[in-house]
Design a protein around this ligand. Structure first.
Ligand SMILES: CC(C)(COP(=O)(O)OP(=O)(O)OC[C@H]1O[C@@H](n2cnc3c(N)ncnc32)[C@H](O)[C@@H]1O)[C@@H](O)C(=O)NCCC(=O)NCCS
Ligand SMILES: Nc1ncnc2c1ncn2[C@@H]1O[C@H](COP(=O)(O)OP(=O)(O)OP(=O)(O)O)[C@@H](O)[C@H]1O
Length: 443
């Protein structure tokens, strides 16, 4: 991101867009704009260069602020968006972890509109998470002597709705294929009676400078630093949610994606980097080997037609059966999944504290197991590329399509991904971007 990305013809400059709000609620000034208007046109990037800063004042209007920020993001193509707003009841600067898809006003906005629980964007996710590193930004504000905390969400007023629109817009860009997807965060500043304007401006500047440092760190190494996107050739990783990591045990990472998306290739990179990796497909073969408990159960359920003459499972025959009949599939899954789950847990228990326990599992979204992981990494690739790659591996497109029809779609996968990898380049690009993900975001 940043240097080298000139797809839209823009000069190679790195840009942070900072938005803040006009006054509302009968006050003459808005502390967020007072702070934003004091920002310089460029800030140091921490390695001798500068990152450009563009400021915009938004209306306190549910309808107009969201439209405006989307326009700004489309026109300016910023590398990061820092939204600021005022939260007069709060004592500290707060960096918001997420935006919620609900609008409620205790008072009307500046257009006289007072929503009562309507969605910001109908049919979209209930909440979206910051794509810039919230905890690092909190640390940067504290480092300049201003009290700051992370906050769970941005409330329900215009600030939140604007944040939601900005995150959704970044998601649209990511889904389009991932060039210049900006990291987005929202910062609430207290009112002037709590934090004097000079200190407030210093706090916001600290957020912008930390963001700039992250962007430049990424640009100078060809990956993303604190930013939300890492790219290598045609492969791009987007960080959609912040990652939590518990002390005293291994990081629990789920890797998933549709058939042929590239998850085993990604998992292999993790294995090379020392992770303990459990592969659900491999385990699902092991639990139905001759003599293993699963095989007898499968034969009881489906009969001898799923056995080869040598007594091993005829996987092709079973695949034809279950991918044309959802009830048969559910029956097979009812036998195989518990056995696979048990075997995977046993393997992953061996990962040491401080290491990585990685579960490569195709049906992560379908089985709703995201809660057991600290982070979920989803791999995706254009449909045609998946079909071609699978064909090269001997899987007929018809078979592949039937499996795809039995799997979760992109939206469901995105809704629970912490990291999204678009595998639209070469296998080498995919491996390189995975290495970057490990180095930048997971270690
Ligand atoms: C039907 C079977 C025998 C076909 O075997 P085959 O060797 O052709 O495929 P393999 O197991 O290597 O799976 C390849 C890919 O197919 C897809 N797939 C497999 N099972 C399913 C399923 N139940 N639903 C949707 N997609 C599936 C996944 O993307 C998987 O990565 C086998 O897939 C199976 O036993 N499936 C049921 C168990 C299961 O759900 N496995 C997934 C991980 S636990
Ligand atoms: N970017 C790429 N370019 C070319 N081939 C690729 C690329 N990524 C993966 N492949 C190949 O495509 C095939 C599918 O990839 P992989 O096995 O990693 O996917 P998967 O998601 O684990 O698939 P499955 O669901 O079938 O287990 C493999 O043969 C792999 O080597």
């Amino acid at each position: 991101m940043g240097a080298g990305w000139t797809d839209d013809g823009r000069a190679d400059a790195v840009l942070v867009l900072v938005t803040a709000f006009e006054p509302f609620g009968g006050l003459a000034a808005n502390a967020s704009w007072e702070a934003a208007s004091r920002l310089p046109d460029a800030v140091p990037d921490g390695s001798g260069g500068q990152v450009h800063v563009s400021r915009a004042r938004l209306p306190v209007s549910f309808a107009r602020a969201g439209t405006r920020i989307v326009e700004l993001m489309d026109d300016l193509r910023p590398d990061a968006v820092v939204c600021a707003g005022v939260a007069r009841g709060r004592r500290t600067v707060t960096v918001e972890r997420r935006a919620v898809n609900t609008m409620t006003g205790r008072i009307p906005d500046n257009d006289g509109f007072r929503p009562d629980g309507e969605p910001v964007l109908r049919g979209e996710a209930d909440r979206l998470s910051a794509t810039l590193p919230v905890d690092d930004l909190v640390g940067a504000v504290r480092a300049v002597g201003v009290s700051a905390d992370p906050s769970e969400d941005a409330g329900l007023f215009v600030c939140n709705a604007t944040y939601y629109r900005a995150l959704a817009q970044a998601g649209v860009r990511a889904a389009e294929g991932g060039v210049r997807v900006p990291g987005v965060v929202f910062v609430h500043v207290p009112g002037e009676e709590t934090l004097p304007p000079g200190r407030c401006a210093r706090a916001l500047r600290a957020v912008v400078e930390e963001t700039a440092r992250g962007l430049r760190a990424g640009a100078s190494t060809g990956s993303g630093g604190a930013s939300a996107v890492l790219a290598r050739g045609g492969a791009a990783a987007t960080r959609l949610r912040s990652l939590s990591r518990a002390e005293g045990r291994a990081l629990r990472l789920g890797i998933s994606g549709g058939v042929g998306a590239g998850k085993s290739t990604v998992a292999e990179v993790f294995r090379r980097r020392g992770a303990v990796v459990a592969d659900a497909d491999e385990l699902s073969r092991r639990v139905v080997e001759p003599g293993a408990p699963g095989l007898a159960q499968v034969v009881r359920a489906f009969g001898g037609r799923v056995l080869r003459p040598d007594g091993t499972l005829d996987r092709g025959a079973l695949a034809r059966l279950v991918f044309s009949d959802p009830r048969a599939r559910a029956r097979l899954e009812g036998i195989v999944h518990p056995l696979v789950g048990r075997a995977a847990r046993a393997e992953l228990a061996g990962a040491p504290a401080g290491g990585m326990a990685v579960y490569d599992v195709p049906l992560l979204a379908e089985t709703g197991m995201q809660g057991v992981f600290d982070a979920v990494l989803m791999v995706d690739a254009p449909l045609e590329a998946r079909l071609d790659r699978l064909r090269a591996r001997g899987v007929e497109p018809g078979d592949a399509r039937r499996r795809i029809a039995a799997q979760a779609g992109t939206d469901r996968r995105r809704a629970l991904a912490s990291i999204w990898i678009d595998n639209a380049g070469t296998a080498e690009d995919l491996a390189a971007v995975t290495e970057d993900v490990i180095d930048r975001w997971l270690t």
